[in-house]
Design a protein around this ligand. Structure first.
Ligand SMILES: C[S@@+](CC[C@H](N)C(=O)[O-])C[C@H]1O[C@@H](n2cnc3c(N)ncnc32)[C@H](O)[C@@H]1O
Length: 268
């Protein structure tokens, strides 16, 4: 584990190639990105104009899910893997607004997120927030480090929003999810979003090809069937697997779809 906020050696943050955390920050209207990120971000937007809506819908989904789980369900522990750069309404802020004693552990492997992690550590006095620099491909290490802040004998919400799409091998991605959920007790929840080519999104496929040739890390889309396989063995909360923009969005289900699945599963 690297201490958050520690000065990052310039060689660790690469300004010569676009990185997902920084481009996502750009699409969300943030300023923690470099010219190379903005150039790739603009090219992707040119090919796939709804990408900004996808990013905003994903964050809004995060807010609705965390409010529901911290408030209505009463789970006070969150493990947010693939956190992204700090933005408005980070997981601990949303959770602690509802439940001030909520405890949140953030995980990302991009050094730029570590460099900005201080903003994720502004926990309420009653709760806790912690940051771990780790790769999602190492669930054992994540669980062992998270266990210093979370009580893993009690239900935990595992959040993997927009990150399994960077684990290109579906079996490997399933294995990661299974290891995390197997280690946690009944009542734990898994929250997922994932890009897909099955919900429209004109230009999405070409934009992903462009991304894979010009940016890092490489990405893949998945079908509803593949996405559902990550939730095997869990009880999927209503309304099931939907565009993340439509998950309990109100407005009579008329919210426009985005090409990003969202779902929440509960471990029985
Ligand atoms: C699309 S952003 C999503 C950020 C946030 N979860 C959200 O939904 O707004 C994906 C994040 O996953 C991180 N990431 C990608 N691959 C990763 C890996 N193998 N291990 C840990 N983090 C990873 C990236 O650095 C980036 O911050």
């Amino acid at each position: 584990m690297t201490e958050p906020g520690r000065r990052i050696a310039p060689s660790r943050v690469r300004a010569d190639i676009a990185h997902n955390a920084r481009v996502w920050n750009y699409w969300l209207g943030g300023g923690d990105n470099y010219p190379v990120d903005r150039a790739v971000g603009d090219r992707v937007t040119g090919m796939y104009p709804s990408i900004g809506e996808v990013a905003r819908a994903d964050r809004a989904f995060l807010g609705r899910v965390v409010r529901h789980l911290a408030g209505d369900v009463g789970i006070g522990q969150f493990l947010d893997i693939g956190t992204g750069l700090p933005t408005a309404d980070n997981t601990h802020e949303v959770a602690q607004h509802t439940a001030p004693d909520a405890r949140v552990v953030y995980v990302d492997n991009d050094p730029i997120v570590l460099a900005h992690a201080r903003s994720l550590l502004t926990s309420s006095p009653e709760g806790a927030s912690e940051y771990i620099e780790a790769d999602a491909r190492d669930p054992e290490r994540i669980l062992s480090a998270a266990g210093r802040t979370l009580d893993l004998r009690r239900p935990v919400v595992v959040m993997m929003l927009g990150i399994l799409n960077f684990v290109l091998d579906t079996e490997e991605a399933r294995g990661i999810v299974a290891k995390l959920m197997d280690a946690l007790p009944s009542g734990s929840h898994l929250v997922l979003t994932h890009p897909t080519l099955e919900l429209g999104g004109e230009g999405n496929e070409a934009a992903m090809r462009f991304w894979n040739e010009n940016a890092t890390p490489p990405i893949t889309a998945r079908s509803r069937f593949e996405f559902a396989s990550f939730l095997d063995g869990l009880d999927i909360l209503e309304p099931g697997i939907v565009s993340c923009s439509r998950w309990r969005a109100g407005a009579g289900g008329r919210t426009p779809e985005v090409a990003q699945f969202g779902a929440v599963g509960r471990k029985p």
